[in-house]
Design a protein around this ligand. Sequence first.
Ligand code: AMP
Length: 390
Amino acid sequence: MKTLKDLDISNKKVIIRCDFNVPIKDGKIVDDTRIQGALDTIKYCIDKNCKIILLSHLGRVKEESDLEKNDLYPVSIRLSELLGKNVLFSKKTRGEELEEMINQMNPQDVLLIQNTRYEDLDGKKESSNDSELGKYWASLGEVFVNDAFGTIHRAHASNVGIASYLPSCFGFLVEKELNALSILDNPPHPFIVILGGAKVSDKIGVIKNLVKKADKILIGGGMAFTFLKAEGYSIGKSLLDEENIDFCKEILKDYKDKIILPVDVAVTNEYTNEEEYRQKEIQEIAENEMGLDIGEKTTNLFKDIINDSAIIMWNGPLGVYEFDQYKKNTCELLKYMVDKNLKVILGGGDIVAASEEAGYKEKVYHASTGGGATLEYLEGKPLPGIEAIK
Ligand code: AMP
C-alpha cells in the first residue's frame, strides 16, 4: 500500500482528496467529524512545507438550485478554526482565478477548492470521471493524496482521474481503513460475521464473499426474516425480501452449519415504538405480528458463539435501533464485545451510527467510516480509488 510516507512530498504542491461531505443546515456545519478526520494528513503536509490544495464533494449537484446548499465555503471556515490558520477558498472549480490563487500560494498555505460536484452540472464531469477534468485538476499540483475513503468505491475525476496523472498515495485516514479491513482478506479464525439491517438484497455480495471465509454468519435484523421464511417459518408481517427467498434457500442448503438464525424475536403489531413488544419463539409469530428485534435467547446464543472468536465483522443493526425498545440487543451485544475485549470491525453504515449513539464507537477495534465503500470492500470487489493508486 502506497502511503504518505512512501512519497517524497516535501516542498511540493500536494492535492488531497478529502471527504468533507458533512451535514450542513442553514449554512452551519452540524457535525464536523469528517473535517477533524482529515487533520492528520493535512498537518503532515504542512510540516513537510507543502502547498496544500484540497478537493472534496458535498451532497449531490443535479441542478442549479443544488449549488447554494452544497457550497463548501463553510468547511473552509471550520477547517481554519481547527488548523489554527487561514484556509483559502476558491469559489471556482477551474479557471484562471483558481490558477492565480494557486500561483500566489506560499509553502504551508492551505487552499480548499469549491465542491467537486459543481462540475456535475455540466454533464456529470466529476461523477463520470471525465478524463479532461481529472487531467486539469492534476495539472494544479505535483503529488496526489487520496484520503477520502467514503468515495473510494467510485471512479470520479477527483480521485481516480487525478491519480492517473500524478504520483499518488493514500492519506492516513484511508490507510487506517485499509489496514483494518484488509485483516478480513485472510482472517484469523474463528472468524465470525454478524449481519443485520433491513434487506437481504443489500448484503448478497457480502454473504457470497464472506460465507466461504467465515466460520459462522449470525443473522439478525430485518433480513433474518427472509431467511426464516426460506426455512419454512411463518413470519407474519415482518420484513420480507420476496425476491431473495431462493437465494436464502440456496445459502442455507450449501452452508447449513455456518448460518445461524434467530431463535426468538421481539414482536409487535405495528411498526412503532409506542406499543409494548412481546418476546416470542421463532415458531410462534402470528399472522398480524412483525419482528422488530432479535430476542434474549438469540442475543445469548450470539454471545456464546462470538466468545472465542479471533475476529468479528459486524454490518447492520440487529433490530430497528431507531426505536428505543429495539436497540437493546444490538447495544447489549456491542457492550459484551467491548467488555470482553473481543476484536470487532464494524462495517460502516447504521451499525456504526448505533455504536456511536451508545458510546461504543471509540471502544471497538475498528469502526469503518465508509458505508457503500466498506460494503463493496467486503464483497471482495476491486475498488476504483484503490486500484488507481495501486
Ligand atoms: P442497513 O442500512 O441495511 O444496515 O439497515 C439498517 C436499517 O435496518 C435500520 O434502519 C433498521 O431500522 C432496519 N432494521 C433492522 N432490523 C429490522 C427489522 N427487524 N425490521 C425492519 N427493519 C429493521
